[in-house]
Design a protein around this ligand. Structure first.
Ligand SMILES: [Zn+2]
Length: 1096
């Protein structure tokens, strides 16, 4: 039993086999009599010995094909070195020009006095080389503009030499955008145009001050009045314009930064000195200065810059009045750079505090002592030593943990370790589990806890000798001494009532009221279940699932079914006393699928017929959950309820609800009530479910308001999932529903789980976000937890941290597997600690920060007005960036916006959160939609929030048709759409195919099998299956996008200029939104203003 469920490790560290022997005898062996536990994990090929210090001989590391790093850094792959050390050092080592370029950019010293009104994007600078395509030029110009100003303008760039223009526009854009109030119209354009004039005065000048001036000059200004105002479409963030009008036209304050002179194009290149400043270079891209230097890297055009290539370059040479969007940090570029830099080599987790590749990069992970980023991602991998520093920076310290994350096939699942009757070895004081960071002392007889420093005795059966470095000689034979993630078999002490659990059960509870029958849902579902029941989750290679199943149907009353294998026909038992729910049968309710197959099939055939003529429109809801939970309780097992529900439960029963939807509450102090449950009954019920290990998955099929906020309470608190199919119709929605259902039923779930996060002295977990329940301040209780769900944990200081020892996290999840085995899954992660703020900013992960900030905000709307929540987000973001500016950036003009390299996307992503449906709903977003999205985001992982807030937009005809890779994305803005092209847009929940009005007829024919654009059916959701390369490619891409997401995305074909286009444009998040959300450019300017206020 128990042994390793998991297949032996794949290449990563399979090699050296010394393991086996070692483990068998000696390791346990030191102790003579130890009838050591069986060799439970014989199969385990531990990681290579010595991984920490050097590479083991056998380790197959990708050949340093690229003249990679010197031997000293050898053990970390190239990519890591780049990040981990960030040092200039590796700049030189860059193997390929691409990489080099990236690094360079990463480490660009901060230009001495770049005037950049906006950031620093060294990464964007590529140009210099031969002039590529025209669109490239545009992009380059844009990218360079800022620096260009202080650089000798390369004549080659002549055409529309960007800098001036865009700069000018920087300022101009504001007014124009109309976003910050009504002030724009009249004056802006002229102004910006003037400035935009190439010949005119050095643009920067006006640009900077102006950019900043877009707040009311004096007065610390009303904080964000605009950002949060009620969003009239035209008005944007529209607070009252306050002072705008004048400021636009008034001459910019003379805040000419020292660098202003630089504006003169011809001047000599700025001194490079700042590049030498240690410490700064990395994060600050700012640096146009150095970028422009004669670095060889720039000599060649940036090879992999798809963004540039694919942008439909604006035809006009001088884009007027707006800050050139190409000049501001581009998510696409950052993603692309990371893929190029870090996608090729595995991420090896042996080094403390390494920032992993972005979630958008495909990479393999080799566990060498820290948990894979697939399990844990942190907002920063370098934590300030003191709480004062942390407060100053305002960077939330949080970890997004996905304890049961699914791994790609190339990576081995965690080994299961069995320590026999004694159970897992733990620290006596803090109860932390044995892990690679525990320090063995006194010849191996004792160990010091890495979390609380307590000295513990090593039990005799666990004793092992230490080598000359103080390491146990069996360290690499034991997962718990060498890996970041592993599992322990739990002993009976870890089980409820000191009894090993029974296998869990699934109960399918089907609404058979009028709506459910009429829409065809019931028939579809019953048909599907017949085959789906063969796919219940199994443990390892088990032949059959241990999960038992049961069936209930309901409307105003409940019907239980006896499907005992000995029966010829199923028997129905009706319970109409819903106020006092009980389970009318025990024997025959929960059954093994194979044993009762005939009866179950018969039941599933009969259900649609039995209720075919129903007139019952009312439903109950709470009693259904109650019944399922009682059934599990009676069977003494954990399990999951699958509820298929259609309407607001208005029938007389506990948990009865009334329609309380009121859109008038939006933007009032009472808006929060829309997110709160309307009765406390569901919390009470959820608590009982959690105690029973009863997880609830809810599939909703509403035709109107159903009060998602209330119905979601139980799924949310029990670790369940919610799916919503508004106005469900079989013909339109069956594919999506069935796909979600299949995935949901089959996914591996841990039941009756408790998660605890321990930390080393100095920090502790203080706050938790996700789908779970907590009855105390430390234990996260999860009736169920699947591989898609995350728990986000925030940490605070309670003492000083130490640079030398760093900080440790240990997440322990106790759960019951789908076969009924009780296990502990352990994830460990070591982080660095710093006394310099710059180190914090250099090791942040913006995607994770956004994940945390979104969850924090989405929880906040339960208790505060949405406006307050938005304001708080903006303030926090400004504080984070201001602190960087003040403490880490080298001195520069106040007119510059300087962003840390690792956080240069923070503004654009945060803006996406701010204008999301929960925080700033458009008119078409229903109350239920908002509650639904809020619930979904709560347990999303970092990859999901990333694409959810900033959707991917993929041009389809730009790349060669034979190319099998995903086309490079473009920025989510209407400007990037070419009307001669076709695009796919996805955000993890939605999928659109946008067709430009001038797309070639051949393309239309190939994809839609119609002869012209006008004949394409708008709103189409299935592409015809046609035998031509383009059709195959697009359909293949759609399939591949769907496969990457945890929920099925229904396709919607949108034609340019069609009504549906509004829906699509909602996802072009860099643009101003109809609901008043700011465009990226405008928001960036606003953020700049906020920062300046904080600094002044
Ligand atoms: Zn301890």
């Amino acid at each position: 039993m128990n042994v390793n469920q998991s297949a032996p490790p794949v290449p990563p560290f399979g090699q050296p086999q010394p393991v086996y022997p070692g483990y068998h005898q000696s390791s346990y062996g030191g102790q003579p009599g130890s009838t050591a536990p069986p060799t439970h994990y014989g199969a385990y090929n531990g990681p290579v010995p010595g991984y920490q210090e050097t590479l083991a001989p056998g380790v197959s590391r990708a050949p340093p094909s690229s003249g990679a790093p010197p031997a000293t850094t050898a053990q970390t792959p190239r990519g890591q070195a780049a990040y981990g050390q960030f040092g200039q050092g590796d700049v030189q080592n860059g193997p390929s020009s691409t990489v080099q370029m990236q690094r360079l950019s990463g480490s660009q010293p901060f230009g001495s006095a770049p005037l950049a009104p906006v950031v620093s994007q060294p990464t964007v600078l590529q140009p210099y080389g031969p002039l590529p395509t025209s669109s490239q030029v545009t992009a380059q110009l844009a990218g360079m503009q800022i620096s260009g100003a202080m650089a000798p303008a390369p004549p080659t760039l002549g055409l529309g030499y960007g800098p001036p223009t865009s700069l000018a526009s920087a300022s101009g854009s504001f007014p124009n955008s109309g976003l910050y109030g009504s002030y724009s119209q009249g004056q802006a354009p002229p102004l910006s145009q003037t400035q935009g004039h190439p010949g005119a005065q050095p643009p920067q000048r006006s640009a900077l001050p102006q950019a900043s001036s877009f707040t009311p000059p004096a007065s610390g200004g009303p904080r964000m009045p605009s950002m949060s105002g009620p969003l009239l479409p035209g008005q944007g963030f529209g607070g009252p314009p306050v002072s705008q009008p004048n400021h636009v036209s008034s001459p910019p304050p003379q805040v000419l930064p020292p660098g202003t002179q630089m504006t003169g194009p011809p001047g000599p290149p700025p001194p490079m000195h700042s590049s030498q400043q240690p410490g700064y270079q990395l994060q600050q891209n700012g640096s146009f200065g150095p970028g422009r230097g004669p670095q060889p890297n720039y000599g060649s055009p940036y090879p992999g810059a798809p963004t540039f290539g694919s942008q439909p370059g604006p035809p006009q040479p001088l884009p007027p009045k707006r800050l050139d969007p190409d000049a501001i940090p581009s998510p696409i570029q950052v993603i692309e750079d990371d893929r190029n830099n870090r996608g090729s080599e595995p991420f090896v987790t042996g080094v403390r505090g390494q920032v992993p590749p972005l979630v958008t990069t495909n990479f393999l992970v080799k566990d060498q002592g820290n948990a894979s980023p697939r399990y844990i991602r942190c907002t920063s991998y370098n934590i300030p030593c003191t709480s004062d520093m942390a407060k100053q920076a305002q960077v939330p310290l949080a970890a997004v943990i996905k304890p049961l994350a699914r791994l790609p096939p190339e990576e081995a699942s965690p080994y299961v370790v069995d320590h026999g009757e004694s159970g897992p070895l733990r620290c006596n004081r803090c109860k932390a589990y044995m892990c690679p960071f525990m320090q063995f002392i006194e010849g191996g007889r004792r160990f010091q806890c890495c979390f609380c420093s307590c000295i513990n005795d090593v039990p005799p059966q666990y004793f092992q000798h230490l080598d000359h470095t103080g390491k146990r000689v069996d360290a690499y034979d034991r997962p718990e001494l060498s890996l970041g993630s592993y599992e322990f078999l739990a002993t009976v002490d870890y089980c409820k009532n000191n009894k090993f659990p029974s296998p869990p059960a699934f109960i399918f509870m089907i609404d058979v009221s009028y709506n459910a029958i009429r829409s065809g849902l019931v028939r579809l579902l019953c048909e599907e279940l017949k085959s789906l029941l063969d796919c219940l989750p199994r443990e390892g290679r088990a032949e059959e699932s241990a999960i038992r199943v049961g069936f209930v149907t309901y409307n105003k009353v409940l019907h239980f079914y006896n499907v005992k294998s000995s029966l010829a026909q199923p028997q129905m038992m009706v319970v109409s006393d819903v106020a006092d729910m009980f389970v009318p049968l025990l024997d025959g309710f929960l059954v093994n699928v194979n044993e009762s197959r005939a009866v179950i099939t018969s039941l599933l055939d009969q259900i649609p017929e039995m209720f075919a003529d129903t007139r019952e429109t009312e439903t109950v809801f709470a009693p259904v959950i109650q019944a399922g939970m009682e059934a599990l309780k009676a069977a003494e097992c954990a399990g999951k309820l699958f509820l298929f529900h259609t309407s607001l439960p208005i029938a007389e029963a506990p948990g009865k609800l009334k329609n309380r939807d009121d859109r008038k509450l939006i933007n009032t102090d009472k808006e929060k009530t829309l997110f709160q449950p309307q009765t406390g009954a569901y919390q009470t019920l959820a608590k009982e479910c959690v105690a029973q290990g009863c997880c609830v998955d809810l599939f909703l099929f509403p035709n109107q308001y159903v009060d998602v906020a209330t119905l979601c309470v139980v799924p949310q608190l029990t670790g369940g999932s919610v799916y919503k199919y508004a106005c469900f119709q079989v013909e339109n929605d069956q594919e999506r529903f069935l796909s979600d259902l299949r995935r949901d039923v089959q996914k591996v779930v841990g039941f009756d789980a408790v998660m605890r996060v321990r930390t080393s002295t100095g920090i502790r977990a203080v706050d938790f976000f996700g789908a779970f329940y907590m009855s105390n301040t430390t234990d996260v209780e999860l009736a169920g937890l699947d591989g898609d769900k995350t728990v986000t944990v925030e940490f605070k200081h309670d003492d000083r941290l130490n640079e030398e020892s760093g900080a440790l996290l240990q997440c322990a999840l106790l759960y019951t597997s789908c076969a009924g085995q009780r296990r502990l899954r352990i994830h460990n992660l070591a982080l660095n600690c710093c006394t310099q703020l710059a180190d914090l900013y250099r090791n942040c992960e913006t995607d994770t920060l956004i994940n945390y900030m979104a969850k924090f905000a989405y929880r906040g709307v339960l208790n505060s007005p949405v406006k307050t929540v938005r304001d708080a987000l903006i303030t926090q973001c400004a504080q984070i960036l201001a602190c960087y500016r003040k403490n880490c950036a080298s001195p520069s003009s106040a007119g510059q916006l300087i962003l840390p390299e690792c956080m240069k996307l923070l503004p654009v992503y945060l803006n996406c959160v701010l204008k999301s449906d929960v925080l700033q709903p458009g008119a078409e977003v229903t109350t239920d939609d908002r509650a639904y999205v809020r619930q979904l985001v709560t347990s999303m992982d970092v990859a999901e929030t990333n694409v959810f807030f900033y959707p991917r937009l993929l041009p389809l005809t730009k790349s060669p048709i034979e190319s099998t890779t995903e086309p490079p994305a473009v920025r989510a803005s209407e400007e990037r759409l070419s009307d001669g092209d076709i695009y796919l847009l996805e955000n993890g929940l939605n999928l659109f195919l946008w067709v430009g009005a001038s797309v070639q007829q051949g393309v239309v024919q190939s994809l839609f099998s119609v002869s012209s654009f006008s004949q394409i059916t708008s709103g189409l959701s299935i592409l015809p299956v046609l035998d031509n390369p383009l059709s195959k490619k697009v359909r293949g891409l759609v399939d591949s996008l769907r496969a990457q997401r945890s929920r099925y995305m229904k396709l919607i074909v949108v034609k340019q200029e069609d009504k549906l286009e509004m829906l699509f444009k909602h996802f072009l998040v860099e643009d101003k939104s109809l609901s008043g959300g700011a465009s990226y450019v405008d928001f960036l300017c606003h953020m700049h203003k906020e920062i300046r206020q904080l600094l002044s």
